[in-house]
Design a binder for this molecule. Structure first.
Ligand code: ADP
Length: 149
């Protein structure tokens, strides 16, 4: 018996969890697709955030539910305006890497008041999206921590 408190043990196992242990699949769309098609993708893929990429599959933007809602109540033609007009764009995207600690990424979600963070891999000129961490990811990790001994 190590004499460590439950809290110490819990915090030690929390600090071992990497982003890649709990990541989910990213849903990616091309920057030239219409706002309408992005809304359809969000429903079909059942995600709250879409990542937007250029023709080289490099990350250029993020689209949230409210980004799409805002566009929908505006005056733009949803069938012709491309998503790159309304997305949050690079370099203002909060990113993480597969080796980052989940707890650090969870703190970023809170600090930046966002629902998800893309996991990226460096590709010279930019970043390729390889995964996604969302508030659901953090909830799953939280629950699984309670089931380890
Ligand atoms: P919602 O807008 O539906 O509440 P979010 O809280 O995730 O969803 O998004 C808030 C704003 O932050 C949106 O404009 C969105 O484009 C942007 N955003 C979402 N994720 C990120 C991210 N990882 N980095 C930078 N901006 C982001």
């Amino acid at each position: 018996y190590t004499g460590k408190s439950r809290t110490q043990l819990l915090s030690e196992s929390l600090k071992k969890i990497k982003v890649e242990d709990y990541q989910s699949l990213p849903v990616v769309i091309n920057e030239s697709v219409s706002i309408y098609d992005a809304i359809v993708s969000m429903f079909l893929e059942d995600v709250g955030t879409l990542y937007v990429v250029d023709e080289d599959s490099l990350l250029v933007g993020v689209l949230s539910r409210k980004d799409l809602l805002r566009a929908s109540i505006g005056k733009q033609d949803l069938n012709t305006v491309p998503v790159n007009i309304i997305m949050t764009r690079m370099p203002n995207i909060t990113l993480c890497r597969k080796d980052d600690l989940l707890i650090d990424v969870a703190e970023k979600l809170i600090e930046k008041q966002i629902d998800s963070i893309p996991i990226v891999k460096d590709k010279g000129r930019g970043y390729e999206v390889t995964g996604r961490i969302s508030k659901t990811t953090i909830t799953k990790a939280f629950v699984s921590l309670m089931h380890t001994d």
